[in-house]
Design a protein around this ligand. Structure first.
Ligand code: KIV
Ligand code: NA
Length: 270
């Protein structure tokens, strides 16, 4: 079980071997995802939504990401550990560096930040100081108020061209991975073709070098509405098996057995 490194992701891209990434926020799931062969564990600021219950990722702090990164890192995974720099934590190169160092000390092996070519100096500053960087373009949730909502990006020719320029600039600045969120499939393919570094899509079609999902969306335990790009793999499995949402059914069975006095049974008692 060779650990996944940043150069390894580049080799995967060159061999057209798809990269499977998922968000992860704790040690138990880190072990489970690692066992299942996930290549990249992302401590996403989506934890603001799925763990903390916020409507956006804006309230998430560096300390929050560092805490969850340390939880994930303790599981000693084969997967590469990538941590999000949260909103407001990379306005200047020196701020970005100080906050990235905090995340690297917590166990991150790469940091991710959201934005286009304006980030080039910051990306370069980090990369020169030995901090591998993943950039994130398209629908960038930290910009939800600037974008006017969670909307598909790059739909016009001009917007697509801008994203191509952004992607090239970020690669040029030293980014070694690029997350592309919520863009038309054709643009996801075009961005991937235009770059040498691997691309990881979320709502960017099947032609990216890999895919990422929010773990809770995959498990169907998210509150609120499921984005179009997400897929509940638990209900998919359940439909094939018993037509029951597995996690919910498990909790319902627990409640039922407690109410009926069936659990705990002899085998669970001393
Ligand atoms: O925070 C997050 O979960 C992310 C991924 C969805 C790309 O940034
Ligand atoms: Na994020």
């Amino acid at each position: 079980r060779q650990a996944i490194t940043v150069p390894h992701l580049q080799i995967m891209r060159e061999k057209a071997e798809k990269i499977a990434a998922l968000t992860c926020y704790d040690a138990s799931f880190a072990a489970l995802l690692d066992q299942a062969g996930v290549d990249v564990l992302l401590i996403g600021d989506s934890l603001g939504n799925v763990i903390q219950g916020h409507a956006t990722t804006l309230p998430v702090t560096v300390a929050d990401i560092a805490y969850h990164t340390a939880c994930v890192a303790r599981s000693q995974s084969r997967a590469l550990i990538v941590a999000d720099l949260p909103f407001g934590s990379y306005a200047t190169p020196s701020e970005a560096f100080a906050n990235a160092v905090t995340l690297m000390r917590a166990g991150a092996q790469m940091v991710k930040l959201e934005g286009g070519m304006w980030l080039s100096d910051i990306v370069r500053f980090l990369v020169e100081r030995s901090i591998p960087v993943c950039a994130h373009i398209g629908l960038t949730p930290q910009s939800v108020h600037a974008l006017g909502g969670f909307k598909v990006q790059g739909k016009t020719g001009a917007a697509a061209k801008q994203l191509l320029c952004d992607a090239q600039a970020l690669q040029q600045a030293g980014a070694q991975l690029l997350v592309i969120e919520a863009v038309p499939t054709a643009l996801g393919a075009q961005l991937t073709d235009a770059l040498l570094i691997p691309t990881i899509g979320i709502g960017a079609g099947p032609d990216c070098s890999g895919q990422v999902l929010v773990l809770y969306d995959l498990l169907g335990v998210s509150t609120g509405k499921r984005p179009r790009f997400a897929k509940n793999f638990v209900s998919e499995q359940a439909r094939q098996a018993s037509n029951q949402p597995i996690l919910q059914a498990a909790v319902e069975a627990y409640v039922h057995e407690v109410k009926m006095g069936v659990f705990p049974a002899a085998e669970h008692t001393f």
